[in-house]
Design a binder for this molecule. Structure first.
Ligand code: GLA
Length: 732
């Protein structure tokens, strides 16, 4: 039954296009495959040199579209051979390729050249698998293509050594995507740092290479593995072409975006080849991460919505119908390391009064963790803080009608910990070299099986012995000395792959054993958000920056790449810890309510007025939550552009919507701009229910959809940090 409901929702959300079972068609006479995914089609074929060539990536093609066998493009000069001028799907380094290879191998005889040729292909519904082989050696590459009805094509590959001799893979990317020549391309990416993640950056493309990457061992705050390429002067939020994609990998990664001399664009991505090599002995293989991409003609807004639907229906552990995120309380900003039984129970009692559904104890509950200098690695409950273990708190939390969650940082160790004293060799390091600490901690080498097993077993024990519904899984530093000295020298750089594989296997095994457990991916804020970790985690912590004004920009950037239901957002106290800004409570709530609402303030200090504002807004949030978390997001007015911003969420069937409007600071008494709504049913009537009637001007109870989209809504926001929300329900 649940499956049936899931299928039904995929079908309903698939929206206006028809999606046939035959997502992939093959024209045997021309050796060309057409892949259809949502509103996108992707066409590739085998050319006259037996190489796999990209033919088309753009709007969905209707029946009747046909393509001749592709031909390798001619050399344009003796300096630009065919391998450089031709858009190749997956290209080995060789033949004078001057651009980024998808695969680079060195052979024991000194050869480093590869010439991948087509062998055969299999189509199975919406999956295509193509086998290529090096012309002279038994090196095979299997290329996988998986179309999803939301409009996403996943590509990844498997490099197989079917020979007798060991080879070394120096670079194995997931895929290369090619765009036709155009002079107006512009590239958007999401950059940032701790406390300031998700800054949208857009630049005109020009001949040359832009590298988006992390060399930090994990996804990083610095750049998220997402890209969007649009057409300057043509693409807006609501119209124009966008080619976009993201990687499913939580280790060091790289996306290389090149504009060739012929103004083609090549996008090659996967694990980062920096400091990488991976030996493949006879019979061994290496799988690359998935590289997902899509296309829309409807601007950046629709590109985001395609990704949001895809994540919810195809990626998240609770796919295709993730359950609504509960309203949480988290202790971090309220008590930091000073957590104890009485204090947490007192906070839980107040949180329950606000309508909170999940109480989460953050850092500080274990080992000798009284500050960030000690205790990581010692995952036993601190007996001074919790003399009878966690049970009394958990029982009280349950009695208050909430479930219970707890913070862990499983991959880390403080040198001042029993774990480190017992297993100093478990810390990632180059033996005999100075090791770099960050936040007084070291990384455990999760690539090691003993470390992997230890991490799984303490987490399993913690969750088995206590009624824990939720783990906030943190990760608070980058890699520094990535040594793995207990394996042979030529395998030591496998650490970049094996670490991440073991991380995924721990998460996966934990979820299998504890099917009700939910997990948040946190890395000092948004340092580990990607489609790899999201297969095992239900939500993420986008940033440690909880200042509501900064957060509006952070959340705007976040939603370009990830769904709002993933986006935990807490209401915290003022002055904000980071920038000391003082923002009224209602504005702080409304900023957090545009994602998954959480509360992180010290409730002991909240006045009766604060408590009643909090209760009123939490109640309102629960009413709009399905629309916010699982609806379609429209960024009506973006926060970087002015002193105002507005977002709208609407269900796929257009029956319910909610609009949030924010005025950051009013200048010159300027009225708040009229907001035209989007995506409504133009012929339907909607009932309008404002959160605060005084903040919407001249609002009738009912209004027609076309009018709301044409004439718009006038919000009456004044002064600094004024905000409100408006609900819409279709009545006929
Ligand atoms: C990281 C997280 C915070 C908090 C602290 C605890 O910085 O991002 O939310 O959990 O660690 O030490």
């Amino acid at each position: 039954m649940r499956q049936l409901a899931g299928l039904l929702s995929v079908w309903l959300l698939a929206g206006t296009y028809s999606f046939s079972q035959n997502a992939i068609s093959y024209d045997a006479s021309q050796h060309v495959w057409q892949i259809h995914a949502g509103e996108m089609s992707y066409v590739l074929g085998v050319n006259d040199k037996k190489a796999l060539q990209t033919i088309y990536w753009g709007p969905r093609l209707e029946k009747g579209a046909s393509f001749p066998t592709p031909k390798q493009l001619p050399e344009t000069a003796s300096f630009d051979p065919g391998v450089a001028t031709t858009p190749l799907e997956y290209v080995g380094w060789g033949g004078g390729l001057p651009y980024e290879p998808t695969l680079k191998i060195s052979f024991p005889d000194g050869n480093r050249s590869l010439l991948l040729e087509y062998v055969d292909a299999k189509v199975n519904g919406d999956a295509l698998e193509i086998t290529m082989k090096d012309a002279l050696t038994p090196i095979y590459v299997r290329l996988f293509y998986q179309a999803a009805p939301q409009g996403i094509l996943a590509r990844w590959s498997r490099v197989e050594n079917r020979g007798k001799e060991k080879i070394t893979v120096e670079q194995a990317e997931s895929a290369t995507w090619n765009l036709a020549p155009r002079s107006t391309y512009e590239l958007s990416s999401l950059t940032g740092r701790w406390g300031a993640e998700w800054q949208l950056q857009t630049e005109a493309m020009h001949q040359g290479t832009t590298i988006l990457e992390s060399r930090r061992g994990s996804t990083s705050h610095q750049t998220n593995p997402w890209f969007a390429i649009a057409s300057r002067g043509e693409t807006t939020e609501n119209a124009g072409p966008v080619w976009f994609g993201e990687l499913g990998w939580s280790g060091s990664w790289r996306i290389t975006v090149e504009q060739t001399q012929a103004q083609r664009v090549r996008i090659t991505g996967g694990t980062n080849p920096f400091d990488f090599s991976y030996p493949l002995a006879a019979g061994e293989s290496l799988d690359t991460p998935k590289f997902y991409a899509g296309y829309t003609a409807k601007g950046h807004g629709e590109a985001s919505r395609i990704l949001h639907r895809f994540q919810r229906e195809q990626i998240l552990p609770q796919r295709p119908t993730p359950r609504l995120r509960p309203v949480i309380f988290n202790s971090w900003e309220a008590t930091e390391f000073a957590v104890d039984e009485q204090g947490q129970i007192a906070l839980a009692e107040k949180a329950a009064k606000l309508g909170v559904e999940r109480m989460v104890i953050d850092d500080g509950w274990f080992g000798k963790r009284n500050n960030d200098r000690a205790g990581l690695g010692d995952w036993n409950v601190n007996p001074e803080k919790f003399p009878s273990g966690l049970k009394p708190v958990i029982d009280r939390v349950h009695a208050l009608g909430m479930d219970f969650g707890i913070w862990v940082e499983p991959e880390m160790v403080n040198p001042d910990s029993d774990l480190y004293r017992k297993h100093p060799d478990w810390a990632m390091n180059f033996p005999g070299r100075p090791r770099s600490e960050a936040r007084n901690q070291l990384l455990l080498n999760l690539a090691r099986k003993d470390v992997r097993d230890y991490v799984f077993s303490f987490l399993d024990k913690l969750v088995s012995e206590n009624d824990i519904a939720f783990l906030k899984w943190d990760y608070n530093r980058n890699w520094s000395e990535p040594g793995w000295d207990v394996v042979p020298l030529d395998q030591q750089k496998e650490i970049y792959v094996k670490y991440v594989e073991n991380l995924y296997s721990i998460l996966s095994d934990l979820r299998k054993k504890h099917p009700k457990l939910e997990i948040e991916s946190c890395s000092g804020g948004g340092g580990r958000v990607d489609l790899g970790i999201l297969q095992y985690t239900d939500e993420v912590w986008p940033s440690d920056n909880t200042d509501a004004l900064d957060r509006l920009v952070i959340q705007d950037g976040f939603t370009h790449a990830y769904s709002p239901n993933l986006m935990m957002a807490w209401v915290t106290d003022v002055p904000n810890f980071l920038d000391k800004r003082v923002i009224p409570l209602e504005f702080r709530f409304l900023a957090a309510m545009s994602g998954s609402l959480g509360i992180g303030g010290n409730l002991n200090k909240w006045s009766p007025d604060d408590m009643s504002t909090g209760t009123r807004l939490t109640t309102f949030y629960k009413q709009i939550r399905p629309v916010v978390q699982l609806g379609e997001l429209h960024r009506l007015m973006q926060p970087e552009e002015s002193e105002t911003n507005a977002v709208q969420y609407i269900t796929a069937d257009r029956s319910s919507a909610v609009v949030f409007a924010y005025l950051h600071s009013q200048h010159y008494g300027r009225p708040f701009p009229t907001i035209r709504l989007e995506g409504l049913d133009p012929a339907a009537s909607y009932r309008l229910t404002p959160l605060d009637a005084a903040k919407v001007t001249g609002l009738p109870v009912e209004r027609n959809g076309s009018q709301l989209m044409g004439e718009g809504v006038q919000f009456n926001l004044r002064g600094d940090y004024d905000a409100t929300a408006l609900r819409l329900e279709r009545i006929r």
